[in-house]
Design a protein around this ligand. Structure first.
Ligand code: CP3
Length: 342
């Protein structure tokens, strides 16, 4: 009945589900308007009525199959006690953790409870959502979140990688705390009305092969297992960006309901490796939404033709860019529906 949930549960959908990472955001004038009203990005995240409003904005404009909670992966470290700010045109600035005493100071026990405004947003969105549209909750992958906690903001992640490579005990403790809070945080989103979950491990591709199991795969598996222990049936999408040929391995290890993949990965090849049980999500290159008409259409067709029938959730390979014209998204959805004849 809901195409997104049907695909995630292995049922055949009435149509191919489509949603876009960062579908609520600066490329929409109505988002910029609400954002101005809210004051700052974080004020917007913590104002349930405004956050619900921007969550729903893309659904009003486009014929999409999912809404994604409007928030950010970095509210988790903030809730653990680190100072967080989003600086205009610079991105996030997060207080850092550099040693075991820093890790000890993090409050894992109360962090998820203190994010009540986020759960309020989830339930407000759920009340207003069309019955055919799925509601996705999310958290960051433990590696991606921990890397921001070590680096303090957007970076090349060299420091965090060095800490992980040295096998520092405090790094392991930090990861465990992030995992613990993430499980509780996702469970509460489900209890508030989220119907599917996505783990955004955007920097998974940075991690060298020797560290991949410890730093990327095992933590995501722990988050997924932890959530399923409480909510057996909630479907999980694992977006471990940049694994390339490693996505099939990651899916075997973590057992998500769908693998989200970056551009350049063949969805048909991956789907054969995954088998019927795991769907694929992706993977139009975000920059193609800025290309000329011919290149844009060609790229969309290529994804549509490569994707496995009935086992595909259309998305981009990463978040939509702020410079995209909203009309391009209208056209994207039209091209997908036309191709599928629905
Ligand atoms: O997808 C959605 O529409 C849901 C909301 C969402 C946001 N961030 C809103 C946001 C989600 C799921 C995220 C995830 C997120 N946040 C990730 C993982 C996915 C990815 O993009 O790789 C990461 C790494 C972050 C951290 C983060 N948040 C950065 C580095 C930045 C600054 C860069 C930027 O795009 O501005 C943000 C800010 C942010 N998060 C914005 C939005 C809409 C822009 C804030 C604004 O309005 O100024």
């Amino acid at each position: 009945m809901k195409p997104l949930l049907d695909v995630l549960q292995g049922k055949s959908p009435s149509r191919r589900p489509v949603w876009l990472m960062r579908q609520a955001g600066r490329y929409l004038p109505e988002y910029r308007e609400v954002r101005r009203k809210a004051g700052s990005f974080l004020d917007l995240c913590y104002s349930p009525s405004l956050a619900a409003e921007v969550t729903l904005q893309p659904l009003r404009r486009f014929d999409l199959d999912a809404a994604i909670l409007f928030s950010d992966i970095l509210v988790v470290p903030q809730a653990m006690g680190l100072m967080l700010d989003f600086v205009e045109n610079e991105g996030p600035k997060l207080e850092t953790v550099n040693d075991s005493s820093g890790v000890k100071r993090l409050d894992a026990a109360n962090a998820a409870t203190s994010l009540g405004k986020v759960y309020e947003t989830v339930s407000l969105v759920r009340q207003q959502l069309d019955w055919r549209v799925g509601l996705i909750g999310f958290c960051g992958g433990a590696w991606t979140v921990a890397s921001y906690m070590i680096e303090g903001g957007s970076s090349d992640r060299k420091r965090a990688l060095a800490v992980a490579a040295r096998g520092e005990v405090w790094f392991g403790d930090l990861m465990e705390k992030v995992i613990e809070v993430s499980v509780e945080y996702l469970c509460r989103q489900v209890e508030a009305g989220a119907e599917a979950l996505q783990i955004f491990d955007s920097w998974a591709g940075d991690v060298p092969a020797v560290l991949r199991e410890a730093v990327v795969l095992a933590p995501s598996r722990k988050i997924i297992d932890g959530v399923r222990a409480r909510h057996h049936d909630v479907p999980v999408i694992l977006f471990a960006r940049g694994l390339g040929r490693g996505h099939a391995d990651a899916a075997r290890y973590c057992a998500p309901n769908a693998m989200g993949v970056e551009q350049g990965v063949s969805l048909s090849e991956l789907s054969v490796q995954l088998g019927e049980g795991v769907a694929v999500q992706g993977n139009l290159e975000p920059e193609k939404l800025l290309s000329g008409e011919k290149e844009f259409c060609g790229a969309v067709q290529a994804v549509l033709e490569d994707a496995p029938k009935g086992r595909h959730i259309f998305n981009l390979g990463h978040g939509i860019l702020p410079s995209v014209a909203p009309e391009r998204v209208t056209e994207l959805v039209r091209l997908i529906r036309e191709h599928d004849g629905v």
